[in-house]
Design a protein around this ligand. Structure first.
Ligand SMILES: Nc1ncnc2c1ncn2[C@@H]1O[C@H](COP(=O)(O)OP(=O)(O)O)[C@@H](O)[C@H]1O
Ligand SMILES: [Mg+2]
Length: 253
């Protein structure tokens, strides 16, 4: 059994429930992430992916259950927990009138980064290849580059856990491919735990671990090849469609 309070467990979620009035958006979520592992949270629209991200970032509080980031309980030690977490939300959150650097500096101040700010901004801009755009207002950047700035920002304070909510929506195929490969690289280079929410099966196929979420519940999880092997389908797409079709049938019954 995973020790929820172990500081080397990047994320441990147990029994998390979140309701919006009568609607139960998350119904008893248990999930553990491992360092250096790219986990895809695969679910159709309305599955509860963004709700989970909102709970993980402390924007909403669960109705029940426990969330720990690197051993710190989010409700007891929010600053310590959030210091270990970097997030790219589904909706873009850059200030488009500010330059790339100003957006990053604002984030650094929020995290109390002090004197290491400039070195860290340099390092992340080099990594995402946006050093030349440092003084460009974000409005002038392409969609792909804006996402890269958001990623650089999420990593600025060197978190152990990176959360990305449908980050490739609206990107052209080449920018999408670049972003997915880049995050895979980060995951292994920095031993980051990545949780990547998507409704796109091809993005989940490349993950080390896939968690299938539908109607607020985790239907199954495992390596992509094990999920295919344990289903009656020939591909992850088929396995995903079978699984989510079954929940729809049960809901109708
Ligand atoms: N702020 C909200 N108020 C009420 N219902 C919400 C709110 N946010 C999401 N929902 C509902 O919760 C369910 C899960 O939504 P969401 O977490 O956005 O799913 P996903 O990100 O997987 O598409 C959906 O039925 C959605 O309509
Ligand atoms: Mg969403």
């Amino acid at each position: 059994m995973t020790d929820l309070a172990a500081p080397d467990t990047p994320l441990a979620i147990r029994g998390v429930i979140k309701r919006y009035g009568k609607l139960t958006a998350l119904n008893g979520i248990d999930l553990t992430l491992e360092a250096g592992r790219f986990t895809a949270l695969l679910g159709p629209n309305g599955a509860g992916k963004s709700t989970l991200f909102q709970l993980l970032s402390g924007l909403f509080v669960p109705d029940a259950g426990e969330i720990r980031v690197c051993g710190c309980a989010l409700n007891e030690a929010p600053s310590r927990a959030l210091a270990q977490l970097g997030i790219v939300f589904q909706q873009p959150t850059l200030d488009l009138d500010l330059t790339v650097e100003a957006n990053l500096r604002f984030h650094a101040r929020l995290h109390g980064m002090g004197r290491r700010t400039t070195t860290r901004i340099d390092a992340e801009l080099d990594r995402v290849g946006l050093q030349a755009q440092r003084n460009t207002p974000c409005r002038a950047l392409s969609g792909g580059n804006r996402r890269r700035v958001e990623l650089a920002r999420a990593l600025l304070h060197e978190p152990s856990l990176l959360l990305m909510d449908e980050p490739t929506v609206g990107l052209d195929p080449a920018s999408r491919e670049l972003l997915v490969s880049y995050v895979h690289e980060l995951c292994s280079d920095r031993d980051l735990a990545v949780l990547w929410a998507t409704h796109l099966v091809d993005e989940a196929e490349r993950a080390h671990h896939v968690v299938v979420l539908d109607q607020g519940e985790i239907l199954t999880e495992g390596r992509p090849d094990s999920l295919v092997a344990s289903s009656n389908a020939a591909s992850l797409e088929g396995a995903f469609l079978n699984l989510t079709a079954t929940t729809k049938e049960q809901t109708k019954a």
